[in-house]
Design a protein around this ligand. Structure first.
Ligand code: NBP
Length: 495
């Protein structure tokens, strides 16, 4: 019997779709699932007559494979991944490869990679983005692990990956051990930001009296424009807003509860940002907004206790729609700038050697954040790999410089109309903070910390000189005021 080229463990939507995708590209795929009925249903259903080999024992699964063995796990992240690795080990030889294609926590991937490397087993932790349809027709794939491990699956991954408009497969070697899963996590964090920003604009439109189909038309027009907002998420917003509630004339969106659930990746993005000291206010606002959305009972109760006064919109509707477009445009740049800054910090901390331009290329098709705009990010980092921040890329900087007032205006009008826009506000304040040579809030809090805790402070040259005061060797000088002593003398702290 012909040996299989690759095995997939986990016959839920992702595993099944990937198996069919691989088979359609002429690979023979062996499959296995903990619950045997799912394997059976798959091979007797959508996989019937295809080069897909069902197995019901892990030993049989491994035996059915050509060497070196390549086994891809598409199971729930966490303990199930460790369990399968443990159960597979007795059947594997040095040089064989395990691939974890689920949404695993990147630190687990680093740990698993180390443990398996010590046994000579290769390990790839890869992000696979695009949901069921992506997995079936072409996902964006973000593999991290040993380079020689990637070489074993490079052809398969390139064959099954989504193809961008220029024909390039949306897959590339990301970096060592946890790099792939980290990048997938931040991809999802950015996706949270995109979804929240669009949600805030849509809700604002609804609040100024627009109907769902009217909003759908605006979104469709924005998607047709040849600019930054043309993206899958705008496209599906337009499409889904038109959907009617079954059996009635109401729009489905007006009957869907305001509760957005989430899995791990958004939270992991924010946790990483906290750990690496990288501000990501828009993405964090998206996670916090989902948390608030889930506390429906609290919000229902609070609405009865407290009414926040809000005005009616009486401005020019056409004008505010244009302002909202550019506001969303800028907020999106800000949000991606935050996500990329986090990728860069992690790259340094974990030696991932991430190439931002190439990562943006992978995201151009197949995944949820796929968008034309990603091409601009690639171009920005190709022409200047040392960009201090995405916002500094000339194309984005010039737009942001002349249009940020629109984001401020949008936020102002939304607040006046009683529409919370946490992510939009985070996007604006991020731009304002990152371009402030002097952050007034920080000056005040530095002084407070020294007052109550003798924590010390640095100095700047003066009201018109924001540069730090340094000594002759170029080292930043640190000071403390003796707040409790008469005359409050200042002394320099030497360490
Ligand atoms: P699920 O995330 O729903 O996982 C189902 C699979 O995990 C089944 O094969 C199930 O076996 C197995 N499993 C579970 Br649950 N607990 C197990 C345990 N204790 N021991 C062994 N196996 C266990 O499937 P999915 O939605 O296809 O996603 C697969 C992976 O891909 C996940 O990590 C997910 O986060 C990631 N992902 C999903 C999507 C998506 O759109 N769904 C997109 C991108 C990435 P059973 O059948 O015996 O219960």
């Amino acid at each position: 019997m012909k040996k299989a080229n690759i095995a997939i463990i986990g016959m839920e939507v992702m595993g099944r779709s990937l198996a069919l995708n691989m088979e359609s590209k002429n690979y023979t795929v062996a499959v296995y699932n903990r619950t045997a009925e799912k394997t059976k249903a798959f091979v007797e259903g959508p996989a019937r007559g295809k080069n897909i080999i069902p197995t019901y024992e892990l030993k049989d699964l491994v035996d059915s494979l050509e060497s070196p063995k390549k086994i891809m796990l598409m199971v729930k992240e966490g303990q199930p991944v460790d369990n399968f690795i443990e159960m597979l080990l007795p059947y594997l030889k040095p040089g064989d490869l395990i691939i974890d294609g689920g949404n695993s926590f990147f630190k687990d991937t680093i740990r698993r990679n180390k443990m398996l490397s010590e046994k000579g087993i290769l390990f790839i932790g890869t992000g696979v983005s695009g949901g069921e349809e992506g997995a079936l027709k072409g996902p964006a794939i973000m593999p991290g692990g040993q380079k020689e491990a990637y070489r074993l699956v490079e052809k398969i991954f390139r064959d099954i990956a989504a193809k961008a408009y220029d024909g390039e497969p949306c897959v590339d070697y990301i970096g060592p051990d946890g790099a792939g899963h980290f990048v997938k996590t931040i991809h999802n964090g950015i996706e949270y930001g995109d979804m929240q920003l669009i949600g805030e604009v849509v809700w604002f439109f609804k609040n100024i009296g627009m109907k769902a189909d009217e909003i759908a038309d605006i979104m469709a027009k924005w998607n047709d424009r040849d600019d930054i907002l043309r993206s899958y998420l705008i496209e599906i917003t337009a499409d889904s807003m038109k959907q009617k509630h079954q059996g009635s004339d109401e729009f489905l969106v007006d009957r869907v509860a305001d509760i957005t659930r989430m899995k791990g990746t958004g939270t992991w993005t924010v946790q990483s940002a906290l750990e690496l000291l990288v501000p990501i206010p828009t993405i964090a606002a998206a996670v916090f907004s989902r948390e608030m959305s889930q506390d429906k009972q609290l919000r229902l109760a609070m609405a009865k206790k407290l009414t926040i006064a809000s005005g009616k919109f009486n401005g020019d509707k056409k004008e505010i729609i244009e302002i909202a477009h550019d506001a969303l445009y800028i907020a999106k740049i800000s949000s991606y700038a935050q996500g990329i800054a986090l990728l860069q910090a992690a790259s340094k901390e974990y030696n991932f050697h991430l190439n931002i331009g190439r990562i943006a290329k992978i995201w151009r098709a197949g995944c949820i954040i796929r968008a034309q705009f990603l091409d601009e990010i690639t171009k920005a980092y190709e022409s200047d790999p040392d960009l201090p921040n995405l916002l500094a890329a000339p194309k984005f900087a010039s737009f942001v410089e002349s249009n940020t007032w629109k984001l401020a205006k949008f936020i102002d009008v939304a607040h006046q109309c009683g529409v919370p826009v946490l992510a939009m506000s985070g996007a604006l304040d991020y731009i304002m903070q990152i371009t402030s040579p002097v952050m007034p809030s920080a000056q005040v809090s530095a002084l407070q910390r020294d007052y109550f805790g003798a924590h010390g402070y640095f100095k700047i040259g003066g009201p018109k000189d924001p540069e730090l005061v340094v000594n002759e060797e170029g080292k930043v000088r640190e000071f403390h005021t003796e707040w409790l002593l008469p005359g409050r003398p200042e002394r320099e702290i030497t360490k």
